[in-house]
Ligand binder design. Structure first.
Ligand code: HEC
Length: 197
C-alpha cells in the first residue's frame, strides 16, 4: 500500500517536472515559423466551434443589398485587408502569421470564396469576439454593430456578383499611403465621427 501511494505521489511530481524540462530544454514551438504541435489545430478548433455554434446569431442583422456591400467594403479596406488581402492580391503579412490569416477573396474548394461557405452570423461572431491565441482581433469595441454586420454579410456573399463600387474598393492595391487609399479610409472615419456627435 505504501509503495502504491509513493508511486502515485512520484507520478504526480514527475509530470510537472517533465513538463518543465521540456519547456526549458525541449525547444517547444514559440516562433511563428516553427511547426505546429501534433493535433494543435484540431484541439483549438473543437472548443471554438462549440462556442460559435452556441452563440452565433442565426439571422443576419444587415440585408444583403448594394448599400450593405459598399459599406462592408469600406470596413474591410480599413480594418481587414492588411491581414486578409484584397480582391486579386494577397496580404504581405497574412501568410506569415501563426496561424496564418486566410485570404478572404480567394477561391478554394470549387466555388467557395474566402468564407462564403460560412453563414454571416458565424463570421459576425469571429469579427466581434476575435479568435484567441491567433492574430484575429476582437472588433466589438472598435466597430459598431452595424459595421460588423456589413462586413460579415459582404464576406458571406463573396462568391456572388458584387456591385461595381464595392468591387473597385476591394480591388484597389493594398497601400493606403496613396491618395486613393486615403480617400477610401475617409468615409468610414467621417461616418464614425458623425455618429459620435
Ligand atoms: C492582425 C491581423 C488580422 C486582422 C486585422 C483581421 N484578421 Fe481576421 N484573422 C486573422 C487570423 C490570423 C485568422 C486565423 C485564425 C485561425 O486560424 O483560427 C483570422 C481569421 C478570420 C476569419 C475566419 C476565417 C476562417 O477560415 O474561418 C474571419 C471570417 C476573419 N478573420 C475576418 C476578419 C475581418 C472581417 C476583419 C476585419 C474587420 C479581420 N478578420 C481582421 C488575422 C486578422
Amino acid at each position: 500500500m505504501m509503495r502504491f501511494v509513493l508511486g502515485i505521489v512520484l507520478g504526480v511530481l514527475l509530470l510537472p517536472a517533465g513538463a518543465y524540462v521540456w519547456f526549458k530544454y525541449g525547444h517547444p514551438p514559440v516562433a511563428v515559423a516553427d511547426a505546429p504541435l501534433p493535433m494543435e489545430r484540431q484541439i483549438t478548433s473543437v472548443p471554438l466551434h462549440a462556442r460559435i455554434d452556441k452563440e452565433a446569431p442565426t439571422e443576419a442583422k444587415a440585408e444583403a443589398n448594394e448599400a450593405t456591400f459598399i459599406a462592408g467594403a469600406h470596413v474591410y479596406r480599413q480594418q481587414c485587408a492588411f491581414c486578409h488581402g484584397v480582391y486579386g492580391s494577397k496580404s504581405e503579412v497574412g501568410e506569415h502569421m501563426f496561424p496564418d490569416a486566410p485570404p478572404l477573396w480567394e477561391k478554394h474548394h470549387g466555388e467557395v470564396v474566402g468564407v462564403s461557405d460560412d453563414p454571416a452570423g458565424e463570421t459576425y461572431w469571429k469579427v466581434a469576439n476575435g479568435i484567441r491565441l491567433t492574430g484575429m482581433p476582437a472588433y466589438k469595441s472598435v466597430l459598431t454593430e452595424a459595421e460588423m454586420w456589413q462586413v460579415s454579410v459582404l464576406l458571406a456573399n463573396a462568391d456572388k456578383p458584387l456591385p461595381p463600387v464595392a468591387l473597385t474598393l476591394l480591388k484597389e492595391p493594398l497601400s493606403f499611403d496613396t491618395p486613393a487609399g486615403a480617400a477610401m479610409v475617409k468615409p468610414v472615419a467621417m461616418a464614425k465621427a458623425g455618429a459620435a456627435k
